[in-house]
Design a binder for this molecule. Structure first.
Ligand code: NAD
Ligand code: IPM
Ligand code: MN
Length: 363
């Protein structure tokens, strides 16, 4: 049975980069079935809602979801906020599909190694993964404006259970890497951060082989630039993970390179490594590049599709256990960067289609 993928291109450069990711997936395996539908501003314009029922249904019956990006200036003023692409589509999808563990790996490809001094520090080149909690925190607390209009409120809320499940995911991943977890927070000020520390210290009892430490987020933002190689697994709450992952993206050469996987369900060591052929899908996930819809370059063929393409590789690895095919894509990316096939964000002149086509022809 082929794996079913719901393809949600979205807005801005979303459709441009998603098309290249689908091209690469089709080139690497015949074992996938694609169904495409509208999401975000594009869906709002067509149907009056950024996440039409049909779109949610398609995601639910799929084995995995591939998303481009949503939002843009055209929809920034849409009211109520539930109809804006970011809130009404992206956050709603994450919540409804319970995609609580957002994995954002940031490592530097060898050919890009010399390109900037901040890719190195005393501990060597950047090679880390941010495990970002994705269904809680300030994104999903109460938000309101006082009737007077003089005051606005956003509430940050976390439960022990929300922290525990994403922490377990980070520890499992740490076991497959260098066995260290740095939990990033603002525990000198925030009560939620103090709860995170409490729960983390409890979860750690089940992972005595993994070293756990804590770092305040302002320091982490600085340390990432000073010495990114010191980090292996960074575990953090929703908003800090959002901010730190864009920063990590640029340290690898461009935000346009960074992929992500948003996973739900029990995420165990075995599920993250093997992918058992009898079990399909291995874990349900939504895969999307870390970047947004980039309205400033949309429609110009300038978008770097590698973040989307590498997200597709993560899908093969985590949702379908197709590690060999994922490796092939990642190696192809390395080889074309080596040969200088690069979009303008990496200093090159290649178009989005050149890069996607070049990966597809190599796999
Ligand atoms: P952005 O990530 O879209 O762009 C930031 C900068 O990075 C821009 O200069 C852009 O040109 C560049 N960039 C981003 N992706 C690139 C790529 N693949 N190749 C080359 N350059 C790239 O962030 P923004 O400008 O703050 O947000 C634009 C819109 O996207 C907003 O409406 C925002 O809400 C939305 N957004 C959506 C998602 C998502 O759907 N997952 C993520 C982030 C932002
Ligand atoms: C991301 C994006 C989203 C987030 C926005 C568009 C809501 O920035 O996926 O990183 O903040 O999670
Ligand atoms: Mn972001």
């Amino acid at each position: 049975m082929p794996h079913k993928i719901a393809v949600l291109p979205g807005d801005g450069i979303g459709p441009e980069v998603t098309a290249e990711a689908v091209k690469v997936l089709k080139a690497v395996t015949g074992d996938l079935e694609f169904e495409e539908t509208l999401v975000g501003g594009a869906a709002y314009d067509a149907t009056g809602h950024p996440l039409p029922d049909e779109t949610l249904k398609l995601c639910r019956k799929a084995d995995a979801v591939l998303l481009g990006a949503v939002g843009g200036p055209k929809w920034d003023a849409v009211e109520p906020k539930e109809l804006r692409p970011e809130v009404g589509a992206l956050l709603t999808l994450r919540k409804k599909l319970d995609l609580y563990a957002n994995l954002r790996p940031a490592r530097i490809f060898k050919p890009l190694m010399d390109a900037s001094p901040i890719r190195f520090g005393p501990s060597g080149p950047i090679d880390l993964i941010i495990v970002r909690e994705l269904t809680g925190g300030i994104y999903f607390g109460d938000h309101y404006r006082q009737r007077s209009g003089e005051e606005a409120v956003d509430t940050c809320r976390y439960t022990r259970e929300q922290i525990r499940r994403v922490a377990e995911c980070a520890f499992e991943i740490a076991r497959l890497r260098k066995k260290t977890v740095v939990c990033v927070d603002k525990a000198n000020v925030l009560e939620t951060s103090r709860l995170w520390r409490e729960v983390l210290n409890e979860v750690k009892d089940d992972y005595k082989d993994v070293e756990l430490s804590f770092m305040l987020v302002d320091n982490c933002a600085m340390q990432l630039v000073r010495d990114p190689g010191q980090f292996d697994v960074i575990l953090t709450e929703n908003m800090f993970g959002d901010i730190l992952s864009d920063e990590a993206g640029q340290i690898t050469g461009s935000l346009g390179l960074l992929p992500s996987a948003s996973l739900s369900g029990a995420i165990s060591d075995r599920r993250l490594t093997l992918g058992d052929a009898d079990e399909s899908p291995v874990v349900f996930g939504l895969y999307e590049p870390v970047h947004g819809s980039a309205p400033d370059i949309a429609g110009q063929g300038k978008a770097n599709p590698l973040g989307a393409i590498l997200s597709a590789a993560m899908m093969l690895r985590y949702s379908f256990g197709m590690d060999a095919e994922a490796d092939v894509i990642e190696n192809a990316v390395e080889s074309l960067l080596e040969q200088g096939v690069r979009t303008p964000d990496l200093g090159g002149t290649a178009t989005t289609e050149d890069v996607g086509g070049s990966v597809a022809s190599r796999v």
